[in-house]
Design a protein around this ligand. Structure first.
Ligand SMILES: [Zn+2]
Length: 303
């Protein structure tokens, strides 16, 4: 059994120039994975669009309509950080679809990956920071509704706080939100996750790992998940232009290995989403994503 990788089929919808930053990295990763002999073609699966009913598990009907029609108020479009386009509205539905598919596959295979996702700033009725729909909450609730899982642990290792996820799940004890991030970074106003670790700027590999380990230990004293959604953000990397932390390739590898080994040892089905990454050199971001997917593949083989 190999790790399945669910993605938005970039080649069928070319990227508008205005969306190159921040979305081109996903296209490049997809090209790299498709070209690699590490990943057999049958395990690379284009994801369907999420349905309105699925999106409604995390968002208001009015907001879903605004994204579909491009009628988002100007103020909210600014929060999005991207200009609205019909391509964007379609793409984000596939992104959510990929995370839902990966969650289902994780129940079968132990680990499954998405070629994007981890859009953790998206809130009930507004986008934020390149995130339109919250795939983490939606995928969790789709599986909960189908009674496939009850409790879901979100391990958010993107360098920015998972504020949207925290806000939507605020009164939902079935979703435990853990966020480890750079404290003096976007979003300026943090939400309250079930457990937050706000790291000082310039934190390096060793201190990061220590904080991650003790945070997860703490989270697991009070919560026992049936599904994990992992945000393997590439933006804690030292060469990231929006990160402000100082992790190396080896540090991020150790992070992924630690999280995924913990999940494997406990037998938790785990979805790997890629979340943010804004390398000064875009190839770093793509290589770091590739590194995460390869580690997932290795761990999956041991489930
Ligand atoms: Zn981020």
């Amino acid at each position: 059994m190999l790790v399945k990788f669910f993605y938005y089929a970039h080649h069928s919808f070319p990227l508008p120039e205005t969306h190159r930053f921040p979305q081109e990295k996903y296209t490049l990763l997809q090209n790299q994975i498709t070209a690699s002999s590490d990943f057999p073609k049958e395990d690379l699966i284009p994801a369907p669009e999420a349905t309105d009913d699925q999106l409604r598990l995390a968002h208001s009907a009015e907001y879903i309509q605004q994204i579909r029609d491009g009628t988002l108020p100007r103020k909210l479009e600014r929060e999005m950080g991207l200009p609205w386009s019909p391509e964007l509205a379609k793409r984000v539905r596939h992104t959510v679809g990929a995370t839902i598919m990966a969650a289902r596959a994780a129940l079968e295979d132990g680990i499954a990956c998405t070629g994007g996702g981890g859009t953790h700033h998206a809130q009930w009725a507004q986008p934020q920071g390149y995130c339109l729909f919250n795939d983490i909450i939606i995928a969790s609730r789709v599986l909960q509704q189908e009674r496939l899982v009850s409790d879901v642990l979100v391990i958010d290792c993107d360098v920015h706080q998972g504020n949207g996820t925290a806000l939507i799940a605020e009164n939902d004890p079935s979703i435990f939100t853990f966020s480890i991030h750079c404290q003096k970074n976007f979003p300026a106003r943090k939400a309250k996750s079930d457990l937050d670790i706000g790291l000082p700027s310039e934190t390096g590999d060793a201190d990061y790992m220590q904080a991650l380990k003790s945070g997860l230990q703490q989270a697991l004293t009070s919560f026992s998940p049936e599904l994990v959604i992992y945000l393997a953000g590439a933006d804690p990397f030292s060469g990231d232009r929006l990160g402000k932390l100082n992790l190396s390739y080896a540090g991020l590898k150790a992070r992924d290995e630690y999280v995924l080994e913990l999940c494997r040892q406990n037998g938790w089905p785990t979805v790997v989403t890629l979340a943010g990454g804004y390398g000064k050199d875009i190839n770093d971001t793509v290589n770091l994503y590739y590194q995460s997917v390869k580690i997932a593949k290795m761990k999956q083989a041991q489930y």
